[in-house]
Design a protein around this ligand. Structure first.
Ligand code: 3SL
Length: 241
């Protein structure tokens, strides 16, 4: 397995795709996706823009759909939910399809949706991702951080490092053979430094601070937990997990 980390979708090479792409947006899109699927949502369908979400979701039965969206961290006006994973309870999402648009995470998913296997990862479901990779052993794996509007996000690269470190330990891969780019070393170093204090790391992150200003303290606490959900968000058709 050759493992590559890209801090943002823009940094991934154009005109080539890996065997497996893993999108990470710890704060909060991929944490919300894992939570919703674990709570029994029928699927999560992602959109980079609000208009196409509205058009597609109009054709879905109203009692079977939930519109989820944020811009700048705040709920999109008229939508059922913002992007808080804590809202995705079984009472609310079970057997429903989430139609979701977010500032960065859904854009990353759109960027690599033609990849044969697309997964989403967060700290909360890191273990399920690692187990899938060990079982299937795809030849090339990209982890794409979502960043914030094109710039680096601490928490996404740390999560990429959490997946990479786990794989290296469990599979006994020599790091030099496993790492496809220098970012893999950086991601593992970042995670190793903070793995016992991920909540504090999220507090330092610029998007963590933005969410704290919006009153999302409990979201940060939730997103900082590791391996609490055994759920594998995997793309079933383009844009649908
Ligand atoms: O940018 C995104 O995709 C979101 O996850 C950002 S937020 O945490 O919902 O504000």
């Amino acid at each position: 397995m050759k493992f590559f980390v890209y801090h943002t979708p823009e940094l991934a090479p154009a005109n080539v795709l890996p065997d497996c792409a893993i999108v990470v947006d710890v704060l909060r899109a991929t944490t919300t996706i894992a939570t919703a699927l674990n709570a029994g949502a029928e699927a999560v369908q992602v959109f980079s823009d609000i208009d196409s979400l509205m058009q597609t979701s109009e054709n879905w039965p109203a009692d079977k759909r939930i519109r989820v969206g944020e811009r700048g961290g705040a709920k999109v006006e008229g939508f059922d939910l913002g992007n808080s994973p804590l809202s995705c309870t079984p009472e609310f999402v079970k057997n429903k399809r989430l139609f979701m648009t977010t500032t960065n995470g859904t854009r990353s998913l759109e960027r690599i949706q033609a990849t044969p296997v697309v997964l989403t990862a967060a700290f909360i479901n890191r273990r399920a991702i690692v187990e899938y990779l060990i079982a299937k052993s795809p030849e090339t794996v990209w982890v794409l951080g979502s960043g914030w509007e094109g710039s680096f996000s601490l928490e996404d690269t740390a999560c990429a490092g959490a997946v990479a470190q786990n794989l290296v330990h469990e599979m006994g891969y020599p790091l030099d053979d496993f790492a496809g780019n220098d970012e893999v070393f950086a991601a593992i170093s970042l995670y190793s430094q903070w793995q016992n204090n991920l909540f504090e790391l999220l507090n330092h992150a610029s998007h963590g601070q933005r969410l704290l200003r919006l009153g999302c303290y409990e979201d940060l606490q939730y997103c900082a937990q590791e391996d609490i959900l055994d759920v594998l968000p995997i793309q079933k058709e383009p844009g649908v997990l």
